[in-house]
Design a protein. Structure first.
Length: 663
């Protein structure tokens, strides 16, 4: 993460803008009169809190982030804006340590490889003849083309070396493919082979949008395992990931709750039908790091359990296992109510449970009767109430011993509740459910020795050491996740590294774009403030014929930009990149294609922001928004045509080279 990105993550653009002009909240956005041109009739200036961007629909027709706003409003250059915003955000302008920079390099390299793999599998899914059964499978699951594109669903060929051969041909090495989890190794033979074969490939992204691994579903009726995930890697730790969170965050914030399901298909089907506050827990017991990720956006979580897992016998087993785990940190498989209560107390969250109809998963329910899903979610109950009603409801009301056993199982769960008022409420709830006097339960609970390591009974909820009274970090500023998708930024970084190493590529990429009637690369193609500044300076030097070396570029740079330039020019990265570059014309075309992909993704993100405005009552603004969306759709269409032409040209060149090979 660059210094400017760290600054943006600590500041709220709405708060900054409101120091210059009054804003009015409308839906999920804020609007006001643009400070950059005269306008008094219709508020044409809109701030989007989720993406931390702004846009003017009036005479300016411009937009950007917090850096571009203060630079334009104050007339500052980047260095002045950086100094001002860093001080405000409490960010020290100090360089990364060599160890931190090396770690960032490794992670970025792996994520870039995994993103390339996601594109590779997705293209196979769309066009490979061998993927026909995969296409039939997703058609049977009623997943739309838009959903498949949004989640980049792919297909791995039924081959032991297709993926390996493809990426070795792209210049990657075996160690990288192994470290990314794309290959497996036979230690006895010392050979490597594709980890994913003949499977539906579902890319898994972290909260910032980086592709960190895959979930792969077998397409064979008797295939084992049904789902094969990426192995544990530097980036992939399924206990700290939630599938779909990168696209669900805004919708979770709007709905004020997150719904947690078990399957990838459940999430994709939910998002397709408009229920976009749904994420999946990656097939593991729900963990505190996963809930901590969600807590940045909401404090209310709804777990959708299937009927078998949530049944009375399963609940009894989970309570018994948890009761025997005296250290209370043991892994409890399946539905772990005591673990959830501990998470709830430590995170100051509200966790609720909903049981799905027997034999039905969210995917089936939403496909067959979409209106039933929100009704089921609305029935979710707190964990303790859920356990009491589920377990006690299955007892024989005349069986006194069964009631005693139920009380012995459930009272420790109630004792784990941090808040004393809630504990008393649930104890009375249990007494009513069992049909016994509350005093009997008090005596029973008092006679039990507290388990080792149990929570203090002071009733005080744990305090997050990183949060103040408002839940904000010590600086007092709200933390916002960056809206820029990781893949887009990595493509921009790759382009910069290439043209910094060989500046002549800059004009060749521009020529390649112009041949497809696309504009040349400009500062607006970059999402990171330092990258915009560095590219603008490099472009000016190259086209003026004044670029004699990197000293020309680095002269007089501010600290943040100098650090970013050092990151882009890291020797290890340059060395590895230098060995994988093909002929210059191909490289220019490849870079042009990559930057077109960036433009397309950026436009899609901007369109998503704009579509939020259509639900607002300002009809005059609707016309302006629709016109802007129409212009963006036309740009997307032109980009798609240009990409198709470039891909066709690249395939033709590859075929010509193969034809010229001897033998």
């Amino acid at each position: 993460m660059s210094i400017s990105q760290e600054i943006k993550s600590r500041l709220d653009l709405v708060e900054i803008v409101e120091e210059y002009l009054p804003l009015r909240k409308s839906g999920s956005s804020y609007s006001g009169f643009c400070p950059f041109h005269p306008n008094t009739r219709t508020p044409a200036f809109v701030v989007f809190p989720e993406s931390q961007t702004w846009r003017c629909f009036g005479a300016c027709a411009e937009g950007g982030d917090v850096f571009s706003f203060v630079m334009k409003k104050e007339g500052w250059d980047f260095k002045e804006a950086l100094r001002h915003l860093a001080e405000r955000a409490g960010v020290e302008l100090t360089p990364l340590s060599p160890r931190q920079q090396a770690r960032q390099e490794v992670e970025d390299r792996l994520a870039l490889l995994l993103d390339a793999a996601a594109d590779y599998f997705h293209q196979l899914m769309l066009y490979a003849p061998q993927a026909e059964k995969a296409r039939a499978y997703v058609a049977d699951r009623q997943l739309s083309e838009e959903t498949l594109a949004t989640f980049r669903v792919g297909f791995a060929l039924d081959s032991w070396d297709a993926c390996r051969t493809h990426f070795l041909g792209q210049g990657y090495v075996l160690d990288e493919l192994l470290e990314a989890g794309l290959l497996s190794k036979n230690d006895e033979r010392g050979t490597t082979y594709d980890r994913f074969r003949d499977r539906l490939m579902i890319p898994i992204q972290d909260v910032s949008g980086r592709t960190v691994g895959f979930g792969a579903r077998t397409l064979a009726p008797d295939g084992i395992p049904k789902y094969l995930n990426s192995p544990q890697t530097t980036l992939f730790d399924k206990s700290r990931l939630l599938f779909g969170l990168d696209t669900a965050r805004r919708h979770i914030r709007e709905a004020r709750q997150a719904v947690i399901v078990e399957g990838y298909m459940d999430v994709m089907q939910a998002h397709q039908h408009g229920f976009r506050n749904v994420v999946a827990q990656m097939g593991t017991a729900l963990t505190e790091p996963q809930l901590a990720l969600l807590k940045r956006t909401t404090k209310r979580f709804v777990l959708a359990l299937d009927a078998d897992e949530a049944g009375a016998q399963a609940t009894l087993r989970s309570l018994e296992v948890a009761r025997q785990a005296l250290d209370r940190e043991a892994e409890v498989g399946g539905f772990d109510p005591r673990g959830l209560i501990r998470h709830e107390g430590r995170l100051q969250a509200d966790i609720r449970i909903v049981t799905l109809p027997a034999g039905r998963d969210p995917d089936q329910i939403i496909r067959d009767d979409p209106g039933r899903w929100p009704a089921l979610v609305a029935e979710a109950r707190p964990v303790v109430a859920y356990v009491i009603d589920t377990y006690v409801g299955a007892l024989d009301p005349g069986d006194a011993k069964a009631k005693t056993e139920a009380a012995a199982k459930i009272l420790p769960l109630i004792g784990d509740v941090a808040d004393p008022v809630e504990r008393e409420h649930y104890r009375q709830h249990l007494a009513r459910a069992l049909g016994v006097d509350d005093r009997a339960l008090r005596k029973m609970q008092a006679s039990e020795r507290p388990a080792r390591g149990g929570p203090a009974r002071s009733g005080a909820r744990p305090v997050d050491p990183h949060a103040g009274k408002t839940g904000r970090p010590p600086s007092g500023k709200p933390r916002f996740e960056l809206g820029k998708l990781f893949l887009t930024e990595q493509r921009e970084i790759h382009y910069l590294r290439q043209v910094l190493g060989r500046p002549h590529l800059l004009s060749e990429v521009d020529d390649s774009l112009r041949r497809q009637e696309q504009p040349a690369i400009s500062e607006s193609d970059f999402g990171v403030a330092e990258d915009r500044m560095l590219f603008g300076r490099l472009r000016g030097l190259v086209y003026a014929g004044g670029f004699a070396g990197l000293d020309d570029l680095s002269a007089g740079l501010d600290h943040s930009s100098a650090q970013r330039l050092a990151y882009l020019l890291d020797d290890a990265v340059e060395t590895s990149l230098a060995g994988r570059v093909g002929p210059t014309t191909e490289t220019a075309d490849s870079l042009a294609l990559s930057m077109l992909n960036c433009r397309a993704e950026t436009i899609r993100q901007q369109m998503n922001d704009l579509k939020q405005l259509m639900s607002q009552p300002d009809r005059e603004q609707h016309a302006e928004v629709l016109a802007t969306i129409g212009q963006m759709q036309a740009r997307l269409l032109a980009i798609d045509r240009a990409r198709a032409a470039m891909l066709t040209l690249n395939r033709r060149r590859s075929e010509e080279r193969r034809a010229l090979r001897p033998g």
